[in-house]
Design a protein around this ligand. Structure first.
Ligand code: SF4
Length: 108
């Protein structure tokens, strides 16, 4: 490996680590400032994998319990009464308060 490849590798690692750290921080700042993140699409591969739906009534999953939704999930970071908010499972996106996914964890 020559010195130019070493420098390029270092740049790549710095950019990758910087992005990995900056994205959640930016998401948190946007949420605190009242800004909005893009809404999670139901077609997002991670959303599909976790059976996410904007409307919990549309969920077809064995572990779904009636009455559970994002608004009463411990991972929902939206404010009380907000229709959309950030979620710890989908960083950089907002999920619907009326939504649900298979990572649902009821608030204590
Ligand atoms: S983890 Fe909770 S808040 Fe996030 S999408 Fe799933 S049910 Fe909604």
């Amino acid at each position: 490996m020559n010195s130019e490849q070493t420098v390029n590798r270092r740049k790549f690692v710095k950019l990758t680590l910087g992005s990995a750290i900056a994205a959640p921080l930016l998401a948190g700042r946007l949420a605190q400032a009242g800004g909005h993140l893009p809404k999670l699409e139901e077609s997002d591969p991670q959303a599909v994998a976790l059976k996410y739906k904007h409307d919990a009534a549309a969920v077809d999953a064995d572990n779904f319990k009636a009455g559970s939704n994002c608004a009463n999930c411990s991972l929902f970071q939206g404010k009380e009464g907000n229709e959309w908010g950030p979620c710890g499972i989908f960083p950089g996106k907002e999920v619907a308060a009326a939504g649900w996914c298979s990572a649902y964890n009821p608030k204590a």
